[in-house]
Write a protein that binds this ligand. Structure first.
Ligand code: AMP
Ligand code: MG
Length: 419
């Protein structure tokens, strides 16, 4: 990592770094935690698999019926209008039929019940006329093997069901349970310490003095970090004093893998973050070619990775989603994926000057014809948190773009992709 003097946002002549360049540099510099822990499946939601899971069973483990009806031999049903079969038993889920179905016979069967020997096809009960222990068929079309679920068609014994790096969501949890896995190896939780800097900041629950504002960044950061794979350390508000900033950094570096701060990375007179980081760690100060979120500090403080996010609340959220989230994914061992962008038609004109990539806040909706339409949340100042709360997506406007006109297609990043 290059030292502060060669890479400082205080130098206005320094070339702006593109969002992609910034993300690449960050991803190259951070590493996955190596420690793992063994958890019961029920405690592993949201955690990242450290090892692949290989199935020791077939799923389904036996060939079974997909319908309530009658299990038959397909050769008896080539002409269903003529077929007249005798019902010789029943197979219920969990209570299989012990015998074999012979020619001219069938058995009553329920969804999930074992297909008995001799039978190979299921006719749903709605297509059957039953009279005591005999059935005839209302339906003409019977395909051999219909409504049968075969052993191993979901997962085979020996298959890798989930690879390392997968985040365990609801589907993955169900899948692992379906192959009988009770314990999984996951990466240990990432320790993230964060604090706000600024003499103007007051805590919620107190009355504002003249010139004070409520510290919102710490709460937004905490909300974005509140995930099972992360352990948060909220270090509060640090005043703009050299000694206090220094002490907070040292404390954070002792407990955390990742340190996030907001504020104090511009070049104002009270911005001690920049100065202190230069003394304590190896930090780059980047001028990002993006809006919002131009100043960004990134580097190493002791063993911890450090992000000094801008102070403005929208800049904090944008830089978190565009940079920090990717670093967290890599650090927790999660497989990385490119942001999911969709194309949507602009409902309004979007103003922009060329030079920096913009992440405008948008409201994406689907039209009656299924097409996607995006409108703006209105004023886009980086201090306007309402622009984030009203939005459900970022509209990506590339650096060279001069804006968009109503009807133009634009790239949109929906917020669910950011979770
Ligand atoms: P700074 O980079 O410290 O000069 O901060 C830039 C802007 O963000 C200023 O208007 C600050 O008052 C504001 N700001 C900084 N930290 C916070 C915070 N934790 N919550 C809300 N606004 C903040
Ligand atoms: Mg400040």
């Amino acid at each position: 990592m290059s030292p502060i003097a060669t890479d400082c946002c205080a130098d206005p002549k320094q070339k702006l770094l593109s969002v992609e360049q910034g993300r690449d540099r960050i991803l190259q510099a951070v590493h996955s935690v190596t420690a793992t822990e063994q958890l019961h499946l029920s405690a592993a939601l949201g955690r990242i698999l450290a090892k692949p899971v290989v199935s020791t069973v077939d799923v389904p483990s036996f060939t079974n019926s997909a319908m309530d009806g009658y299990a038959v031999r397909s050769q008896d049903c080539t002409d269903t209008r003529q077929a007249d079969l005798s019902v010789v038993g029943a197979s219920f889920a969990g209570a299989p039929f012990a015998g074999t179905v012979a020619g001219g016979q069938c058995i009553r069967i329920m969804t999930g019940a074992v297909i008995p020997d001799g039978a190979d096809t299921v006719i749903m009960q709605e297509n059957v006329r039953r009279d005591a222990d005999r059935v005839t068929f209302i339906t003409k079309d019977v395909a051999a093997g219909q409504h049968v679920r075969y052993a191993g068609e979901d997962t085979r014994c020996g298959d890798t069901v989930l690879g390392a790096g997968i985040k365990l969501g609801a589907a993955e949890t169900g899948l692992l349970a379906s192959v009988g896995v009770s314990e999984v190896s996951v990466t240990r939780r990432l320790r993230v310490a964060f604090f706000s800097t600024g003499d103007e900041l007051a805590s919620i629950g107190t009355t504002l003095a003249a010139g004070q504002i409520y510290d919102s960044n710490r709460y937004a950061l905490h909300a974005m970090l509140a995930k099972p794979a992360i352990k948060c350390y909220d270090l509060g508000i640090i005043p703009d004093q050299r000694a206090a900033v220094r002490e907070a950094f040292q404390q954070a570096a002792e407990i955390a893998d990742l340190i996030l701060t907001s504020g104090g990375v511009s070049v104002g007179e009270a911005d001690y973050v920049t100065e202190t980081l230069g003394e304590l760690g190896e930090i780059n100060f980047w001028r990002m070619a993006m809006k919002p979120g131009k100043p960004l500090a990134f580097g190493q403080l002791g063993n911890a990775v450090f992000f000094g996010l801008p102070g403005n609340p929208v800049s904090v959220m944008v830089t978190f989603y565009q940079f920090v989230l990717h670093a967290i994914r890599k650090m927790t061992g999660e497989t990385l994926h490119d942001p999911l962008l969709v194309q949507a038609r602009c409902a309004v004109d979007l103003k922009k000057s060329p030079g920096r990539m913009e992440f405008q806040r948008g409201i994406l909706k689907m039209e009656k014809d299924g097409s996607l339409l995006v409108s703006t949340t209105g004023m886009q100042g980086s201090h306007l948190l309402t622009s984030m709360s009203r939005a459900n997506c970022f509209i990506h406007l590339p650096a060279e773009s001069t804006g968009a006109q109503a009807g133009d297609l634009v790239s949109v990043q929906p917020f669910p992709d950011l979770e």
